[in-house]
Design a protein around this ligand. Structure first.
Ligand code: KE4
Length: 418
């Protein structure tokens, strides 16, 4: 890590990896296989971060490796239309029919940045409404009261974002329909889009009230704003058809990432055909990318979505519930204030007695205890996200044996940490 610190800011290529939220030094990974990773000292970890979400089949999934091996033999990148793009987009649309048309890009940030530009182009409006603690990548307009690494490092916002631009971003507390209604009454006619993580995964894991997303849908429609579901994290995790299928709420635009790349750089934005037809070269809104639709990345995504059948998804979801239930029992038995939740193969917990419904709630949890618990878990071979403001992820490779072992180790970790 010494040379890494000399080469990269904080020694990392993405801030959350630096353990800023939990203290100490990150381990250097050597390899991964299934539910596990090993560091360069050959310490083994059951991995619940899974590259921050993409690896829903686990590390080095044979079906993904086979697809990559087969594809790379024919070349790695062309910048020319290729059949794999069509195949992956078809799989996405089969699972999310409301994504009538889409554009592949190479990161979630590109996807949300482009979706915001499209919303502004389509409506001729400038304002964006997002929610406290939600993170939509690091494009300027979204770095306002954001979650994930911004929350982890306690950054107010980010220097370098012009005040004039930040002023175009309005924020409201997640799950607070009254606050959204008031903002829409006051600014609705100038709001291009309401952006939301349908389940928040970047302030810890926070589920919406049953009526929250339907209310956003109604309010966006009422005021002529677009509703954008940022499903970069929830897509194909909270349900086979993502959060839109989970809640039967249809957004105008959707952003995707992580799982659709199976560990390679893929993301996408898409939705209503009339909106996507505005994107160059079909329309005037410009967006481009050298490696968009990269064949290797497409092949990994195709292998992943193909393997992620509803039955496989249901199995992962069941084991995710078992893990969360087991954690609840451990905390209760040890008398530790604790709340946990899950949806599909995503989960999260807070050291706080009452359920967490907003970022403000999340910030009242015992972050110091989380730090001690994180390290006690890591010392016992369980790698949780190194921040109290992140979600956990499961894979098809996390079997009953891994869950049992994890609960044993975390029981011991909590005994030490509390
Ligand atoms: P990327 O630009 O990091 O590919 O995606 C940005 C993004 C957009 N939308 C949501 C809902 C996201 O969760 C993300 C990225 N998530 C973080 C983890 N909380 C990525 C990890 C990191 O920043 O290194």
């Amino acid at each position: 890590m010494a040379l890494a610190r000399d080469l990269f800011p904080g020694g990392v290529n993405s801030p959350v990896r630096a353990f800023g939220g939990v203290g100490g030094e990150p381990f250097v990974v050597a390899r991964g296989e299934g539910a596990r990773t090993w560091d360069v000292d050959d310490n083994e970890y059951i991995d619940y971060v899974l590259s921050w979400g993409p690896l829903v089949l686990g590390h080095a999934s044979p079906v993904v490796l086979d697809a990559l091996r087969d594809t790379m033999a024919r070349g790695t990148s062309f910048g020319i239309p290729n059949g794999l793009e069509v195949a992956l987009a078809t799989l996405v649309r089969q699972r999310m029919p409301h994504v009538e048309m889409m554009r592949f890009v190479s990161s979630g940030t590109e996807a949300t940045m482009s979706a915001l530009r499209l919303a502004r182009a389509a409506t001729g409006r400038d304002l964006l409404l997002k929610f406290d603690g939600c993170y939509h990548g690091h494009a300027d307009s979204f770095l306002v009261r954001a979650g994930s690494g911004v929350a982890t490092l306690g950054l107010p916002n980010s220097p370098g974002v012009p005040e004039a631009l930040a002023a175009l971003t309005l924020t409201a507390p997640f799950n607070d329909i009254g606050a959204v209604d008031a903002i829409m009454r006051q600014h609705g006619e100038r709001i291009a889009a309401i952006f939301v993580e349908p389940f928040v995964g970047n302030a810890g894991f926070i589920a919406p009230h049953a009526e929250f997303l339907p209310a956003l849908r109604r309010l966006a429609t009422e005021h002529g704003a677009l509703l954008v579901f940022d499903e970069v994290m929830t897509g194909f995790r909270v349900a086979p058809g993502g959060a839109a299928a989970y809640f039967h709420v249809v957004p105008d635009l959707t952003t995707l990432g992580k799982v659709i790349g199976g560990g390679l750089p893929v993301a996408a934005y898409g939705g209503r055909r009339d909106l996507m037809q505005l994107v160059a070269p079909a329309g005037p809104m410009y967006q481009a990318g050298t490696l968009s639709g990269n064949p290797l990345a497409m092949a990994a995504g195709i292998a992943t979505l193909t393997a992620l059948t509803p039955a496989v998804h249901a199995g992962i979801a069941q084991r995710t519930r078992a893990l969360v239930e087991g954690l609840r029992h451990i905390a209760a038995r040890r008398g530790v204030p604790f709340t946990a939740d899950s949806a599909g193969s995503m989960f999260g917990f807070f050291f706080r007695a009452e359920p967490v419904r907003s970022y403000a709630d999340a910030r009242t949890a015992d972050v110091e205890l989380f730090r001690r618990f994180f390290h006690a878990a890591l010392d016992r071979g369980v790698y949780l996200a190194p921040s109290a403001f992140e979600a956990g992820f499961m894979s098809a490779a996390h079997g009953d044996a891994e869950i049992g072992l994890t609960l044993e180790r975390l029981d011991d970790a909590l005994a030490v940490a509390r």
